[in-house]
Design a protein around this ligand. Structure first.
Ligand code: PLP
Length: 458
């Protein structure tokens, strides 16, 4: 095929971005600060370093530095799997018979299988530099735990992963992967922490929850010498690390003179979406572009489209700082949805602010429609997408079909956050047509909203 734009848009060595981009620096209206839950005052560096690594805490609080240099040791690690492929979806375009140009940025080529490695590697790098010897975290679906296990193995750190018990049982291969990288994997709740023992004494047969796993990981981090807690989404420093995705796309698009009209990402806690859109949103904030940005979330866990913009806790156990964000309430329990990585009650505070100010759109999709799009993508482009990623595919397909109807030639970019090899149970239920959708009723949502704490005085 002789296309003017190649199927893969490569970057030469000297074109690879060496800086993360901090979107907050270009926002005239900044997101509201995160608050200490006890004092309700903005959380300080000292507050955050009780739990987090120093550099993560500093980056979390830094809304001013525009470009942050990626440390050399981390750039070296990134080179092993980056730049990630930026692909023109010629086959999908043809199948849809659309005049639209569709591109996707494929973050699933590393063994952990998703974009989460970009921040896992950064956080492990900084922890090592700080002189720590171990990290603790939780994982739900297993992608974050896998990414962090890989990063800790590389940078020489111990790792304890509290994995929601039901996931550990349902996804034995995820567990094996983490253990191969040397992580200690503990199904949560466990008897290794106070928090775990308390929950087990109330309900010995509980299948666990992300909230409980977070509490266990934090307790482990603060009670272990030279150990800190790390988080794989939601927070601003994670978004900063993920901006490598958008920086690479921007460099390649500039090289080929491509201007995206629409950029689409799936949204769980918001890290891949925030990282993908960052440099393009920066242009929009400067009035230099009219790109539309679309967040896609599951209809079963609709933080943006049906949530409230309020200060809320990041975890079910209500131990984290208070974050101003779109939230369903930390007590919201989403129905079992296979896109595990999107089952989070809240949303990154920077994206929440952009959404609140009308700079970002959002839509919610049901699971079966999402898997239809996943199957169409697998058949045409050949890649088996993660269920989370397929939310973005669904919206990209819809936008491309809208272009066809209107006879418009738009340029659409979406984030393909990961591959679906560890999600075959979900594909099995899709293929067997036993997959169901549950859209929460308003009464369901009210129960979650009731868990949002009283709002601090402005
Ligand atoms: C975790 C995950 C997501 C959602 O997380 P964000 O922080 O919203 O990016 C999306 N896709 C995959 C493959 C994931 O593992």
């Amino acid at each position: 095929m002789a296309h003017k734009i190649p199927t893969r848009l490569y970057l030469a060595e000297d074109e690879i971005p060496r800086y993360w981009y901090n979107i907050r620096a270009d926002m005239r209206e900044k997101p509201d600060p995160i608050l200490h839950p006890g004092t309700l005052r903005p959380a300080s560096f000292q507050d955050l370093t009780q739990v987090f690594c120093k550099e993560s805490a500093a980056q979390e609080l830094d809304g001013e530095t525009r470009l942050v240099e990626i440390p050399q040791g981390l750039q070296d690690f990134y080179r092993a799997y980056r730049p990630s492929p930026l692909v023109r979806a010629y086959f999908l375009e043809k199948a849809l018979d659309t005049p639209a140009e569709i591109y996707y940025k494929h973050e699933g080529t590393n063994t952990s299988g998703s974009h989460k490695l970009n921040s896992a590697a950064a956080q492990a790098f900084y922890a090592k530099e700080e002189g720590l010897s171990a990290l603790a975290t939780e994982t739900g679906a297993g992608q974050w735990g896998s990414a962090l296990a890989m990063a800790c193995a590389f940078f020489g750190l111990g790792l304890t992963v509290y994995m929601v018990k039901i996931s550990a049982e349902q996804k034995p291969y995820r567990k094996a992967l983490m253990e191969t990288y040397g992580a200690e994997l503990i199904p949560s709740p466990s008897d290794t922490t106070e928090a775990g023992r308390r929950i087990l004494s109330q309900d010995p047969h509980t299948s666990g929850s992300l909230g409980c796993a977070i509490s266990e990981a934090i307790e482990k981090a603060v009670s272990t010498k030279s150990c800190r807690y790390v988080l794989g989404s939601v927070l601003n420093h994670v978004l900063l690390h993920q901006s490598i995705i958008g920086q690479e796309v921007k460099a390649a698009f500039d090289k080929y003179c491509i201007k995206p009209d629409i950029i689409i990402g799936c949204a769980g806690g918001g890290s891949n979406l925030g990282g993908l859109i960052a440099p393009f949103m920066g242009e929009k904030l400067h009035g230099a572009s009219r790109t539309r940005f679309i967040a896609v979330e599951p209809a079963s866990c609709p933080s943006f489209t049906r949530g409230r913009y309020a200060y809320d806790f990041g975890d079910t156990a209500k131990t984290t700082p208070l974050i101003k964000m779109y939230t369903l309430g930390s007590g919201f329990i989403p129905s079992a949805n296979h896109a595990g990585g999107l089952r989070y009650h809240g949303m990154n505070p920077t994206l929440s602010k952009l959404y609140h100010d009308g700079l970002l759109e959002a839509r919610a999709e049901t699971q079966r429609d999402v898997f239809d799009a996943a199957a169409a993508f697998a058949k045409t482009e050949g890649i088996l997408p993660a269920p989370e990623s397929a939310h973005a595919i669904k919206a990209a397909v819809d936008e491309a079909l809208a272009c066809k109807k209107a006879g418009e030639k738009k340029t659409i970019l979406f984030g393909l956050t990961g591959t679906g090899y560890f999600d075959m149970t979900a594909y099995m239920s899709y293929n067997a047509k036993t997959m169901t959708d549950y859209i929460p009723t308003n009464a369901d949502l009210e129960k979650g909203f009731a868990s949002i704490p009283p709002q601090p005085e402005p």
